[in-house]
Design a protein around this ligand. Structure first.
Ligand code: GUN
Ligand code: ZN
Length: 458
């Protein structure tokens, strides 16, 4: 992996030679397969390794072993970082989030189309300024790390410089990041539109400079069908075909007014999804946010193309967009990952988004286990992105992108966790309590490529 030397951090964790080798002791939780919508007692694919050591060398996981077994020769002198009784998981993967929208998170009172015009577009205009983009990218990545997220698929703005800034900041830390300048050449205000020729040139420049550079990957980033002309969508499809390793990200079937608008703009398309499909934008590397209002035909297309839905529960609730039927998507073979969609979403915390996901499924009569939710934000997302050789599990050879969590924060959660633990309830009960009551305040430390990028101040 061709990443640069790490930048210096304010963290107190070892960052120099000692960081080449680290040993962490904790209770390990990750997944070896999709537990699906099976009930907790019937779920498979959950890997629980209490009191284990994770040996890290040069940014990768070197070995995993029970804590009571001797470490290999040469590792005895490496001090153990003892997180005994804490949870160690793969860092979370947020498959759809907007960097500039930290500026508009928690904006009152509107649904999607008004929300874009009233809050989001004005905020995104500011990212034309390279310094705003640079500071915004750094603030955004630091915030992801402070929520236990170590990889992300990110929307910047229409400005090339905003994608550039994200790539630079992620690359400096060796973080796995997928992004690309946003394509929008109509139905957006002055200062937020590109044109087909310039947009294509910017995308090719960014691909040449950043795609497969270290852990960076380019995504052809169509904001959504209404803000691209048919000519721009055709150009975007051509980029996907010409550069097959790149990703594609967009929004689809989020909101009823949006869907009506797309039907007016593209009267020949069978459906909203078809607008993308007929230009060749859907493939195994396509990430489509929301997909609440797709029909069975659309879901079959997604399955055949191998594209994934980035389910964004807190955003869907906050913007009043609708209830995504995850169990139905699962039954019909559509890959679903989890996303914060900040700033339509109200938190970068994947745990908080899981809490909202649980409630949405409850409204639909489905039961989302902690196993299914946690899998979706780790191994499930890694597989859907074609990155499961690198992220999503605590496995020798994988990148040491990890998060250490306290089981409980605050008196209510501590009480409830103690009951779950002492009553010898199932591991799922304890994990579900953690998922349901936990958030970024439970986070102790985040590592990317074996380097501490966040440490709890407590
Ligand atoms: N559809 C088009 N743009 C956006 C956006 O920024 N957020 C959400 N949630 N939906 C969109
Ligand atoms: Zn979005």
């Amino acid at each position: 992996m061709n990443a640069p030397d790490p930048v210096s951090l304010t963290s107190e964790a070892p960052q120099t030679d000692a960081a080449l080798r680290r040993v962490l002791r904790a209770d390990l939780l990750d997944f070896t397969a999709d537990p699906g919508f099976a009930l907790p007692q019937e779920a498979t694919g959950v890997r629980w390794r209490p009191d284990h050591l994770v040996l890290i060398e040069d940014g990768r996981i070197h070995a995993v072993q029970p804590a009571d077994q001797p470490v290999p020769a040469g590792w005895q002198s490496v001090p153990q970082e003892d997180h005994g009784g804490r949870l160690l998981m793969p860092g979370f993967i947020d498959t759809h989030v907007h960097c500039p929208q930290l500026d508009v998170i928690a904006s009152f009172g509107t649904a999607l189309l008004d929300w874009l015009n009233t809050y989001t577009f004005p905020a995104e205009k500011r990212y034309a300024d390279p310094e705003v983009s640079r500071q915004g990218a750094q603030r955004f990545l630091s915030a992801l790390w402070a929520h236990g997220t170590t990889s992300a698929v990110v929307f910047p703005t229409v400005h090339k410089v905003s994608a550039q800034a994200l790539f630079e900041a992620a690359h400096a830390q060796g973080m796995r990041l997928i992004t690309g300048k946003v394509l929008m050449d109509r139905h957006a205000p002055d200062g937020l539109r590109d044109d087909v020729v310039q947009a294509e040139r910017d995308c090719i420049d960014l691909i040449d400079r950043w795609h497969d550079q270290g852990r960076q990957a380019f995504a052809v980033t169509v904001r959504f069908a209404p803000t691209s002309t048919p000519a721009q969508l055709a150009m975007a499809g051509l980029l996907c075909q010409t550069y097959p390793g790149t990703y594609m990200q967009t929004h689809v079937a989020e909101n009823q007014d949006e869907i009506r608008w797309v039907a007016e703009l593209f009267p020949d398309a069978r459906s909203y999804l078809d607008v993308y499909d007929r230009d060749g934008l859907l493939g195994p590397r396509a990430v489509l946010a929301h997909g609440i209002w797709l029909d069975a035909n659309d879901r079959a297309v997604l399955r055949e193309r191998g594209a994934q839905i980035a389910h964004s529960p807190s955003s869907n609730l906050f913007l009043g967009s609708g209830l995504f039927d995850w169990a139905q998507a699962q039954r019909e073979g559509v890959a679903v990952s989890l996303a914060s969609d900040v700033g339509g979403g109200t938190s970068l915390s994947m745990l908080r988004n899981m809490q909202d996901a649980y409630k949405i499924q409850a409204m639909l009569g489905n039961r989302l286990t902690a196993w299914k939710a946690l899998h979706a934000a780790t191994l499930g997302a890694a597989q859907a992105l074609g990155l499961s050789h690198e992220i999503g599990q605590i496995e020798p050879g994988h990148m040491a992108d990890l998060a250490v969590w306290d089981w409980a924060h605050g008196p209510v959660a501590e009480h409830r966790d103690r009951l779950a633990r002492d009553s010898h309830a199932s591991l799922h009960e304890r994990a579900f309590v953690w998922m349901t009551l936990g958030d970024e305040r439970n986070l102790v430390e985040t590592l990317i490529r074996g380097q501490t990028v966040f440490q709890s101040p407590l």
